[in-house]
Write a protein that binds this ligand. Structure first.
Ligand SMILES: Nc1nc(=O)c2c([nH]1)NC[C@@H]1CN(c3ccc(C(=O)N[C@@H](CCC(=O)O)C(=O)O)cc3)C=[N+]21
Length: 299
């Protein structure tokens, strides 16, 4: 029986700290953290995520602005909005929801965001700081930052002597996750679709982080007994057992089979997902404190 890692509860405690640090900043400087979230197109899942980000920002006491742009938005229009928000002193964080519609190129848009407002941690300046071991002066991508807090709650601050395997090598998650684990002295392997004998590599992991985007791919025999399993996947799949046409969310790990083998495991939903939103709020507060020249809170 694994310890079930409660991401919802940990996210709630991060949010409580965001609220109190927001109130302190306002009282001391009159500054309210401002978050702008940009959504292009009408993908229902993206609309739901963006809606919950904006709602949480309001709950935290932020100035929260949401731009829902039509599918037909041009690259120039999107770049112009980013430029406006860069210049807006009431906005401390800018998030462009990904993926963008196919006719738009996300890379120039992300790189146009001022690094100090890049609360997604995707700008090369922020990615580069993390890659060179600077976890203090930049902004760290929300999902890996949240996943690391869950790892820390189980394994402590120092991961010396532990093997960590991250499945997935994206700039949004796999790479920054591997780098964060390295800063904590874990021995890190980044595995991916071209890795030979992925199951055997995963079985070496004391900390196994799955971000492959394939529903329930990680099976019990991939898990070292007692391992900490962090499931980053969020896949909506058919759930005929719930009735015709019903769906459910599952992770990249086969939870039912992995749970008895693991020492600790994140559920989906209720694991890494809520931490992602909480760390977006934390990054926005951090950006606002820096802009105000105040020592930043630690999350
Ligand atoms: N620029 C950018 N930054 C992102 O951080 C980003 C993005 N684009 N595009 C899409 C993904 C997805 N994402 C999620 C955030 C929270 C939950 C979350 O809270 N999930 C809940 C349940 C959600 C539900 O019930 O549908 C959970 O896992 O418990 C999920 C997914 C952020 N993303």
């Amino acid at each position: 029986m694994a310890q079930v890692i409660n991401g919802k509860e940990t996210a709630a405690s991060v949010i409580a700290q965001v609220k109190s640090t927001t109130a302190t900043l306002e009282a001391e400087t009159g500054v309210t953290p401002g978050l702008a979230v940009i959504l292009v197109g009408a993908d229902p899942a993206s609309q739901a995520y963006v809606g919950s980000k904006s709602k949480m920002a309001k709950e935290c006491g932020f100035k929260s602005v949401q731009y829902s742009l039509p599918e037909a938005t041009s690259q120039e229009e999107l770049m112009a909005l980013v430029a406006d928000l860069n210049a807006d002193p009431t906005i401390h964080g800018i998030l462009v929801q990904l993926p963008l519609p196919k006719h738009l190129d996300s890379e120039p848009v992300i790189q146009a965001i001022l690094p100090e407002k890049d609360v997604d941690g995707l700008h090369v300046v922020n990615a580069g700081k993390l890659a060179t071991g600077d976890t203090e002066t930049g902004l760290i991508s929300c999902t890996p930052a949240g996943a690391l807090i869950l790892v820390r709650n189980v394994r402590g601050e120092d991961l010396s002597g532990l093997n960590a395997v991250v499945i997935g090598r994206s700039n949004l998650f796999g790479k920054p996750m591997a780098q964060l684990l390295l800063t904590r002295n874990a021995t890190v392997t980044t595995a991916h679709s071209r890795t030979k004998d992925l199951a055997a590599v995963c079985r070496t992991a004391d900390i196994l982080v799955a971000a492959v985007g394939r529903p329930e791919m990680v099976k019990a025999d991939w898990v070292k007994p007692g391992a900490t399993v962090i499931d980053v996947g969020i896949n909506r799949v058919a759930a005929p057992e719930k009735g015709e046409g019903k769906t459910k969310l599952v992770g990249d790990c086969d939870y039912a089979s992995c749970e008895p083998v693991a020492g600790a495991i994140t559920p989906v939903p209720g694991g890494v997902g809520p931490m992602t939103i909480a760390m977006l709020m934390a990054n926005t507060v951090i950006a606002a404190y820096r802009k105000a020249g105040k020592p930043v809170p630690k999350f």
